[in-house]
Design a protein around this ligand. Structure first.
Ligand code: C2E
Ligand code: MG
Ligand code: MG
Length: 709
């Protein structure tokens, strides 16, 4: 039944409705009149069936039933009303004979609320009905608030209990029974038994509960783990003592099942301290563990090693194979690292492709060396992922406690510096921190910062070094060479920043800029005779592995409206070292755009002659170290001669780099090298100077003025 909020006497609200069922017309009339006078509305029924029908149609706040009625007597009507949802709690007043005790009993049996004896004392009827109505309203309010309380307790998983200390008797609410799974065992419950039975180890909880609450009378909260058959639960207990004259000391308390909340907290805690991809501890947990390890090492007089590990060229792997495979590789790295360390050592992921290991309990200096070698070896095995066999080296940097630093933070920084050095020293290797590394590290950081600012602030420029056809001595092309114009340091040459640009991957946006700038500039050049000239652009191996490279080149050509045959891409041998199929594919796609390909610095790397057959080169640039030694080293001269001959036989042009003197040029002319480039003709020139130079006649090498420069 919906709790009625109707209050008789309030003129704004409808009067409470009463059903009167009596087959005696006179009685009905009198009852009806009396009740109306007392502030009720009434509906009448002259027999049992009519009463039941009326009850279904309307909502009554009280029912008055005569016992003897045709069609259905008062008991049947009462039973029928009680069987309905809305009739479960409505007050039913049964009118029985004065001495009819069996009827009175029956009336209660079928659920009547009260009875009224006939003949009716009319003076009292109104009071009686009003009282019953009010009691009914209070009951329904009470039921509603009990319902709400129970609901709230169910939502909060909170139940209340009372422990009569002297009698050792426990009373628990139904929610407590539900939490403990003891719905059917409510008799003879003992608080001790309840807690002990569910968790024998927590016997002390009850003792503590008693002593603390009894002695200090304060509220306490204790979490206990409860093991029922299904799962262990965490229950928070609060209790307070009370002294009752009749019952002695009572411990009143609540149990709250906080299992889910604790689990969520534990999950959040785990998330906050672990890396979600590899599930390894993250930087913050690593710091905690390192602090602990250092504290222990200080006590034991042992050493601690902090190893920073980085996957070499992980960015390339990501770019080449996609992020999913990159992620899988990181997970595999995490597994391999964990497999190599002792269970007590910590492996953490610091972010990106950087991991760290704390190795403690070392008794010898440099005891970490063995671990370094093991880790490097484990990480060097190719990664078999999604059908690819992916090679990936790693570098390791190590800092030792107490030799290098005695604080967690500085140990990590120094291990990172050592890692930086390991990477700079050619990767795939490990380095221990040494004094002085911080200077190198800071210097590199400064360069990195300069590069970022240069990209944002437009500090880069290209200088162009003319390439001269040996026979005509005319300019046939230029090589674009990058410069950084620093606002305070002036012009910075590429050798000062290229390594950092490659390590940080900044070479990718820088190189893309250089490519577009060179194409745009080249589209505007004409020699005095109207002939266009080629532009050569250097590509670093990092750029070369970008999946977007071919598209970048295409875009640069389109944007500049440059004839593709006027663009030459210079690559060095180290581009060719890995993943030959991929490199060949990229080179062929570049060639199909119409672009020319040159092998730069030939002779300095592996110089495998097979490269020249296997890859579609248009030009070999003989490294300047050979040209420099032409006059002093007969081997150098022989090599130059052989390369020129080889080029001719493979139909590949040759350019000699770094030609600085007339004898060098004369020798090259004799060997019919195709082109030369070097200070003997021009240094790399700013754009405007090159424009002027193109309009000039070739310099007269014989003039004394030229010889002086
Ligand atoms: P590289 O491609 O071998 O360029 C030739 C280098 O030799 C240039 O140095 C040039 O200035 C220098 N050079 C030219 N003629 C002579 C000479 O007669 N004597 C001497 N001693 N040197 C000469 P630079 O400009 O300092 O560039 C150094 C390297 O930086 C380049 O070597 C190239 O590998 C790289 N680089 C330059 N610009 C770029 C670029 O835009 N992208 C990429 N990825 N690398 C670049
Ligand atoms: Mg070059
Ligand atoms: Mg070169």
């Amino acid at each position: 039944m919906a709790p009625s909020m109707l209050k008789s006497g309030d003129p704004s609200e409808p009067l409470p409705l009463v059903l009167i069922a009596d087959d005696d017309d006179m009685q009905r009339l009198l009852i009806s009149k009396t009740l109306k006078k007392n502030g009720f509305q009434v509906r009448e029924a002259a027999d049992g069936e009519a009463a039941i029908a009326a009850f279904h149609e309307d909502t009554f706040e009280l029912v008055l039933l005569d016992v003897t009625m045709p069609k259905a007597d008062g008991f049947e009507v009462c039973a029928a009303i009680r069987a309905t949802l809305k009739g479960a709690h409505v007050p039913v007043l049964m009118m029985t004979g004065q001495k009819d005790l069996s009827s009175i009993d029956r009336a209660y049996e079928v659920g009547a609320t009260d009875f009224i004896a006939k003949p009716i004392t009319w003076r009292l009827l109104g009071h009686r009905v009003r009282y019953l109505h009010r009691a009914g309203l209070s009951m329904s309010d009470l039921r509603a608030s009990q319902h709400e309380l129970a609901e709230a307790q169910r939502i909060a998983n909170l139940g209340s209990w009372r422990w009569y200390c002297d009698r050792k008797q426990l009373r628990v609410s139904s929610e407590v029974q539900r939490i403990f799974g003891i719905e059917n065992k409510e008799h003879d419950l003992n608080l001790n038994d309840l807690l002990n039975a569910t968790h024998p180890d927590d016997r002390y909880v009850l003792a503590e509960l008693h002593s603390r609450t009894l002695e200090k009378g304060e509220e306490i909260a204790v979490d206990i783990r409860l093991n029922d058959q299904t799962a262990s639960r965490t229950v928070a207990v609060r209790a307070r003592t009370e002294v009752d004259e009749g019952c002695g000391t009572i411990l009143r308390g609540t149990f709250q099942d906080v299992t889910e909340r604790r689990a969520t907290e534990a999950r959040l805690h785990h998330l906050a301290h672990h890396d979600s991809l590899t599930n390894l501890p993250n930087r913050s947990l690593l710091n905690d563990r390192l602090e602990q390890a250092l504290a222990r090492a200080r006590r034991d007089g042992t050493e601690v090693a902090v190893l920073c590990i980085d996957i070499d060229r992980f960015k390339d792997i990501n770019d080449t194979y996609g992020h999913n495979i990159g992620d899988e590789l990181l997970i595999e790295v995490a597994n391999r690292l964990q497999a190599e360390v002792r269970g007590s050592d910590t492996v953490a992921r610091l972010g990106g492709d950087e991991f760290a290991v704390i190795q403690f309990g070392l008794s010898q200096p440099r005891g970490a060396n063995t671990l370094c070698h093991r880790l490097l070896k484990a990480l060097t095995q190719p990664y078999e992922l999604a059908g690819h066999s992916i090679p990936a080296g790693s570098s390791v940097g190590v800092a030792m406690f107490p030799a290098d630093a005695d604080k967690a933070e500085s140990l990590l920084i120094k291990a990172d510096m050592a890692l930086y050095r390991a990477k700079a020293d050619g990767r795939g290797t490990s380095r221990f921190f040494e004094e002085g590394m911080d200077k190198v590290f800071r210097n590199r950081k400064r360069i990195e910062e300069d590069l970022r600012r240069a990209l944002e602030g437009d500090w880069f420029e290209l200088h162009y070094q003319p390439q001269i056809a040996v026979q005509s001595e005319e300019i046939v092309g230029v090589e674009a060479l990058l410069r950084l114009r620093h606002p305070t340091k002036g012009i910075v040459p590429p050798l000062d920043f290229m390594a950092v640009a490659e390590e940080t991957g900044l070479i990718v946006p820088i190189g893309r800029w250089a490519l577009r700038k060179a194409c745009t500039d080249a589209a505007s050049w004409r020699r005095k005779d109207g002939q266009p000239i080629r532009v050569a652009v250097n590509l670093s191996p990092i750029q070369f592995r970008q999946p977007t490279l071919v598209q970048d080149v295409k875009d640069a050509l389109l944007e500049a409206k440059l004839d593709p045959t006027l663009l030459e891409i210079e690559i060095t041998e180290n581009v060719l070292l890995h993943d030959t199929a991929l490199v060949l594919n990229t080179l062929n796609r570049l060639k199909s755009l119409g672009v020319l390909i040159a092998m730069d610095d030939f002779g300095t790397g592996y110089s495998s002659l097979s490269y020249l057959q296997r890859f579609p080169f248009d030009r070999i640039k003989i490294d300047q170290s050979f040209i420099r030694e032409l006059s002093s080293n007969p081997d150098a001269a022989a090599i130059v001669r052989a390369v020129v001959a080889l080029g001719r036989s493979l139909n590949i042009s040759t350019t000699a780099e770094g030609v600085e003197t007339a004898p060098q040029f004369a020798y090259l002319k004799g060997e019919v090298c195709d082109e030369v480039q070097g200070y003997y003709f021009d240094k790399p020139l700013p754009y405007a100077t090159l424009m002027d130079r193109l309009q000039m006649a070739p310099p007269d090498k014989a003039s004394p003025e030229y010889a002086a420069t």
